[in-house]
Design a protein around this ligand. Structure first.
Ligand code: AMP
Length: 438
């Protein structure tokens, strides 16, 4: 199925093509035609399934069909409620991208941003608001925004909104929006509390559900290696070499980190390319081509560079660094184990990243299995203090410091040249990378 078959207008098809999407995802195939028709929808879909486009594209299509360019100031006709600022930022970016050929104004209303600027912008008018409930209610109470012209109301990640205690805010917002409107409720899970909310919010809804996305597919083995940061690169070389992996996508946090790891893996005798935002388009295309055709077996990439790339269905994904944004974990892992093939997703987690792992597991609502014997001295991944975002360490260096076993050799010697001395199991004794250059 193509986006054309879903009945989308030219301007949206162009915007979708600009994003590099060629085929609608299952949730898009199911939800888009229903929403264009004007139906209320209760959708069970997780992050990573393409759910944002599945409500945004038809919402834009409906608004633009009855758009009045003479209306001044603009009246708010659609409201997208989301639980967190981070999600608001993502959804806002998506709405902006998909509406780039349409004459619609979008505004984001979230906590943490300047109230004064938001107030000024709200008074100027807009067609669509992407908001977190608390800040929106503040503006409503101060009469900065009028919700009485809402035609489409979207609740995204409704289960999280309930978990976060937004139910009273949502109820208040519902009473301010007109009764005659289209309502869409998206939720990763659909427990009774969501069904009850749906019965109050939606009018004769159609339920659509998509299978859990790849991140949780049974054919993807997810593992966490707790390991000191200084040994990560060596462990990667060991895993690739000893298992003879032919196609591994390795995620790192920074462009600089990508370049450094590329260089180190090449030194270890692994054919590697790097992909990040500072590379020219030509260099990126070349790296991707080499990876796809098997000329290189490891591709080191940042999240931004990997986003939107047609490199799916990979047998192995390694998180050299955990992502800063927990949702990115799902995007990364979603590249393995597609269409029934099996995949492995390995995260190398050092103590300083323990809090990020906690956030990821909170989002996934499950525990990722730990490898008990990593071949290295065990490290603690327990977070003792409240997570401090962007802090270098969750609990101070001392508690988490990696302790090398007595007699371990330097980690600096290139793997493949007998640097595997740190490994404490028999596999690593002689060598960490069986394909090391010689
Ligand atoms: P979401 O579930 O909305 O968070 O989307 C997950 C990711 O899938 C985002 O990075 C989108 O840009 C991307 N995406 C959405 N629809 C498609 C599609 N039809 N083809 C490829 N990527 C898509």
């Amino acid at each position: 199925m193509s986006f054309v078959q879903l009945g989308l207008i030219e301007e949206l098809l162009k915007a979708v093509a600009d994003q590099g999407y060629t085929t609608p995802t299952p949730i898009q195939q199911k939800a888009i035609p229903l929403i264009i028709e004007g139906r209320d929808v209760l959708a069970g879909a997780q992050t990573g399934t393409g759910k944002t486009a599945s409500f945004t594209l038809p919402l834009l299509q409906r608004l633009v069909a009855t758009h009045n360019p003479e209306q001044n100031p603009r009246r708010v006709r659609a409201l997208i409620l989301v639980p967190t600022r981070e999600l608001a930022a993502q959804v806002y970016e998506n709405v902006i991208a998909y509406s780039k050929y349409l004459p619609l104004q979008i505004q984001s209303v979230v906590g943490g941003a300047s109230v004064g600027m938001q107030t000024r912008d709200l008074k100027r008018g807009c067609d669509i608001i992407v908001a977190t409930p608390g800040r929106l209610i503040d503006h409503v109470n101060q009469r900065h925004v009028n919700l009485s012209n809402i035609e489409v109301l979207v609740l995204d990640e409704a289960d999280r909104m309930l978990d976060m205690g937004f139910m009273p805010d949502i109820k208040q917002i519902m009473t301010l929006a007109p009764k005659k409107r289209q309502s869409l409720l998206f939720s990763a899970t659909v427990p009774n509390a969501i069904k009850s909310l749906a019965s109050q919010l939606l009018n004769n809804p159609i339920e659509v559900e998509v299978a859990k996305q790849n991140a949780t597919a049974e054919n993807v083995t997810e593992l966490v290696y707790g390991i000191g940061r200084e040994y990560k690169r060596e462990l990667i070389s060991y895993l690739i070499g000893s298992n003879n992996w032919k196609q591994v996508l390795i995620f790192v946090r920074t462009k600089h980190g990508a370049d450094r790891l590329e260089k180190q893996l090449i030194e270890d005798g692994i054919r590697t390319a790097a992909l990040h935002g500072d590379k020219t388009q030509g260099a990126r295309n070349k790296a991707l081509e080499q990876f796809k055709t098997g000329k290189v077996s490891a591709l080191v990439a940042t999240d931004i560079a990997a986003r939107g790339l047609d490199i799916d269905d990979l047998p192995h994904v390694i998180n050299f660094d955990l992502p800063q944004v927990p949702e990115d974990y799902i995007h990364r892992i979603g590249r393995t184990g597609r269409a029934g093939s099996s995949g492995a997703a390995i995260s190398l987690v050092c103590p300083e990243e323990a809090w990020q792992l906690v956030e990821i597991e909170k989002l996934l609502k499950r525990h990722i299995p730990r490898v008990e014997d990593t071949g290295y001295e065990p490290v603690s991944l327990k977070v003792m203090d409240a997570p401090k975002k962007n802090a270098p360490s969750a609990n101070g260096k001392k508690d988490f410091r990696h302790t090398k076993k007595p007699g371990a050799k330097s980690a600096k010697a290139p793997a493949g040249r007998g640097a595997g001395g740190q490994r404490t199991d028999s596999r690593g004794k002689g060598r960490s990378n069986s394909r090391g250059k010689s």
